[in-house]
Design a protein around this ligand. Sequence first.
Ligand SMILES: Nc1ncnc2c1ncn2[C@@H]1O[C@H](COP(=O)(O)OP(=O)(O)OP(=O)(O)O)[C@@H](O)[C@H]1O
Ligand SMILES: [Mg+2]
Length: 457
Amino acid sequence: MARKLFVVDDDLLFAKLLAANLRNEGSLAIELFPSAQAMLERRTEEPPDAVITDLMMPDIDGIELTRQLRASDPTLPIFVLTASTEIGSAIAALKAGATDYLTKPVNVDELMTQLRRAIEERPMREEAATLERTRKAKFSAGAILGDEPAIEEVREFVRRVASIPNSTVLLLGESGTGKNLVARTLHYTSAQAKARFVEINCSALPTHLLEAELFGYQRGAFTDARESKRGLIEVANGGTLFLDEIGELSPELQAKLLNVLESRRFRRVGGTEEIEVNLRLIAATNRDLEAHVRSGKFRQDLYYRICVVTCTLPPLREVASAIPVLADHFRELFNRQFKKNVKRIDAVVIEQLTAWRWPGNVRELRNVIERALIFADGEALLPEHLPPLTAVEAAPSNGHHSTNGYAIPTGLSLADVEKEYIRHTLAHYDGDIQRSAESLGISRKSLWERRKKHGLL
Ligand SMILES: Nc1ncnc2c1ncn2[C@@H]1O[C@H](COP(=O)(O)OP(=O)(O)OP(=O)(O)O)[C@@H](O)[C@H]1O
Ligand SMILES: [Mg+2]
């Protein structure tokens, strides 16, 4: 079927010449329009596959037309024609969303090639646009669920702070209350979303390794430093550095971090050159940082630097009316993941979930629903599918080795426990193979083999 090309130019003679040339080249159905308005009207009857528009036109000009078309169609190929003296406007057209600009006099061969390619690649771009949309939906403040006022405050915090570039943020709250979720959401809803979000757990490495990891090093800085290496601060430049478990940072690194925040510069280990940094630092902890300051474990000046913009996430037991919504969200999530058909959660189950005090907070709720979904076989999630809600106290919360309030029920075979625990660990680290393997104390290869054995691939 012939592809439909709309050409918009108040200089109809030029448009006709262009059209005649393009027709010689092959299978395009071309329609000419003397004004943007005329084209926009026609478009409601029959949408084009591509548009070529002049830049300077009375009433709606090429830039405005591009903007209007782009607003409703993120993948339509739009080419803007411009005299070579109007490069400034050509750039404005690109910013408005034009696919490309062409300078007059037009090289017809070149234009044809571009048109063909843009039309052919459109389905691919459509796919990418859909992905982008779902990524955005996933990372809107709306990803933080629950209609309790205390949770609405968290969403409002994210919305407000995301728009302030480079502001340092401190996230407080018990284990499993959503600090990682909030950190990611902040990054991916900010204008810096395209730059990197880099996450590191300060309790995961001994000081000297963490220092090298954060600051990078110059070749020869220490015996093993055969090559220079960029640190995470450099990698996150322009984006976000998320320092989880900031309370575990050693005094030495607290001093270095304070220095980075104050001077917005740093040196690699063994390096002489000062490197400028421009990033948002998000720090998180489930500890009482103020108590750490009082006991001298955490520097007061660093604390004051990072505590200006603080958000404290509520423990789940204090926002219990959010439990049904969250439970339902996790039901849908694991329903899809396990390809089950569990359509609702029984009222008695909701009652039991709401009465529990959730020492492991939202993460514990997620784990409980995940477990229940494994055992559910009908359309409803029933009380007998729930694992026993036993009082496993919240993790001793030295982060890395926390148990997150996860209780392994008795009555499972050893193989089932292994399978369960691997699944649980993968979920805890959001599918991060490296971290899961480390936490389980096995190699990535061994983890892969066990997942294969248990049908977890
Ligand atoms: N309000 C919420 N809406 C939807 N999902 C949530 C919410 N809060 C937490 N979660 C989910 O709960 C799980 C635990 O959250 P997260 O890992 O962010 O907690 P955390 O505070 O960083 O815990 P820790 O202190 O142990 O690191 C994640 O799967 C997260 O997506
Ligand atoms: Mg966390």
